[in-house]
Structures are given as C-alpha cells and as structure tokens.
Design a protein around this ligand. Structure first.
Ligand code: GUN
Length: 286
C-alpha cells in the first residue's frame, strides 16, 4: 500500500492561521505589532526566494517585516554593527540572518552576536544550550516543523527508533535533540558522512529524517516497510526541486512520507512566525 502523504502545506497554513489569531489578540492588548528583521547578505538565488517567502508570510500573519539587503562584499564588522543596532532597537523583536553567508564573513561570530531574546532561529549558543537541557526558549524552526509533521501520522514517538541523516547545526543536531527529549522519547541515531553501513541503520528506522542535501540519496532499499519518512532536502535538479529521498519508490515502501515541495519547507516558515510572536511576548514581559 502506498504511503500516506503528509501535507506540510496544509498543516503550515493552519499553524499560520493560528499564529495570525494570536498576533491579533497580542497586538490589540499591548499595542505592539511583532516585528521580524531579516538580514540578507549577497545574491544567493535560493536565499532570495526564501527571504521573500518569509516576508510575505509575516505580513499575512499581521506582523511587521523588514528586509536589510547587504552587498556580497560586506565584512564581518559591518554586519556586526548592523546586528548591534537591531539588538538595541526596542521596535525589533526578531532577527534572522539568512544563511549561507559569503565566505569572508565569520558566521559563528555573527550568530553569537544576535541577542538571544531576538534569536528566532534558535542558533545562539544560549538558545542551543537551553534546547540541549530540555528548556527551550525558541524551538528551531525546521526541526520543530518535522516534529509537527510526524505528529500528523503518529500519536506517540515514545520508544520509536528515529534515524537522522545529517548532523548540521540547523537541522540534524537539533532534530536529534527534539526527538530524544522527554515527551518525544524516541531512541535516536544520528548518521553522517563517516557513518559505516548506513543502509543497515536506516533500515532499522521507524522514523527516518533525511537532511543531508543530496538529491534522491535515500532509496527504497534503505527504508523499513511502514516507516515515517521526513524529507528535509531541497535540491535543484534540471530546474526541478527534489528532496533527499527518491520519492516515488520510497513512497511504495514507507508508511508515511513528506513531499518536496509542500512538506517540511512551509513548516519552517510557520514556525518562524510562531517564534517571532514568542519573541515579541518575551520582550513585552522583559
Ligand atoms: N538557510 C536555510 N535555512 C535557514 C534557516 O532556517 N534559517 C536561516 N537563518 N537561514 C537558513
């Protein structure tokens, strides 16, 4: 039986609608409109699209959105100066620095410089530390979206074996943390480029998260029948977007699967909006 297709687009729309309602009541009771500032350095074409979608979604949810576009030659010091201004601007609640940054910029020092109270990506070490300790301030947008997608087809992940492909700071690592935290209670294996006999591990996965950035990497023979497969990949192949999972054949084996596009992608933005409202609330109460 072919897999259930998990509709990320629909779930994200519902989540955005919910956030929009919460923004309305927050704004009417405080007079404050949540404000996200996105910083885009350079001309990366994929980033341009992501940033435009983030701006649109913010406005649709009743939030203010400002985009700072900086030239490709921007230095670390120049970017740090802008972030310092945004940190000290009480009218800005969330700050997102779009990644990747041009290579002359020291990415870690930039992410470290964003005020942890405005860090809607949850990339600041203080916020990462809080996630590790199971007391998050903000949930990382993409991993949180994956958890919500899993929740659509699975009442409890307790005791399930979740295998995460990829150990990035944005997805793989925090994904493993959310899956293992109390309440989710999955048993987690994180795989990466040096993992031995990957198919032997992926075939054990009740939940398989693919976040490696390689088109069609996960094939049907790597998937346990009935598994929940979450595809975080967005790869451009011959002008078409494909995930890290070979969708057609894997959908014949899996129990549930997310499509690309229309799976994880829209969830990331929905959680960004949620975090921006949370940031405005935190600063209102500070
Ligand atoms: N680039 C790709 N994904 C992301 C994300 O979630 N946040 C930021 N800031 N940049 C990204």
């Amino acid at each position: 039986m072919p897999a259930t297709v998990i509709d990320g687009k629909g779930l994200a729309a519902r989540l955005r609608e919910q956030t929009k309602g919460e923004v309305e009541s927050f704004t009417s009771s405080t007079g404050v409109q949540p404000h996200l500032v996105v910083v885009l350095v350079g001309e990366d074409p994929a980033s341009q699209v992501y940033v435009r979608n983030k701006e649109r979604a913010c406005k649709a949810a009743g939030m203010q959105s400002t985009l700072h576009r900086l030239p490709n030659e921007t230095t670390t010091e120049e970017l740090l100066t802008l972030i310092d201004q945004l940190n000290n601007d009480a009218g800005v609640h969330g700050i997102l620095v779009q990644l990747p940054l041009p290579k002359q910029i020291d990415e870690q020092s930039i992410l470290d410089s964003v005020s942890p109270l405005k860090d809607v990506d949850a990339f600041h070490p203080e916020n990462v530390g809080r996630i590790v300790q199971g007391r998050p301030r903000f949930l990382p947008c993409t991993p949180a979206g994956c958890m919500q997608l899993i929740g659509e087809v699975c009442e409890s992940t307790a005791g399930m074996h979740a295998v995460v492909l990829g150990r990035s700071e944005i997805v793989g690592k925090p994904m493993g943390l959310l899956l293992m935290q109390r309440g989710a209670d999955a048993t987690v294996t994180i795989c990466h480029s040096r993992t031995r006999d990957l198919p032997a591990l992926t075939k054990q996965a009740d939940i398989l998260i693919a976040a490696i950035g390689k088109a069609n990497f996960v094939t049907a023979d790597m998937v346990k029948p009935g598994a929940i497969v979450i595809d975080v990949g967005i790869n451009r192949v011959d002008d078409k977007l494909v995930g890290d999972v070979e969708y057609g054949p894997v959908a014949e084996v899996a129990g549930a699967i997310t499509p690309v596009p229309g799976g994880v992608g829209p969830m990331t933005i929905a959680n960004l909006l949620k975090n921006t409202l949370a940031a405005a609330r935190i600063q209102q109460n500070a």
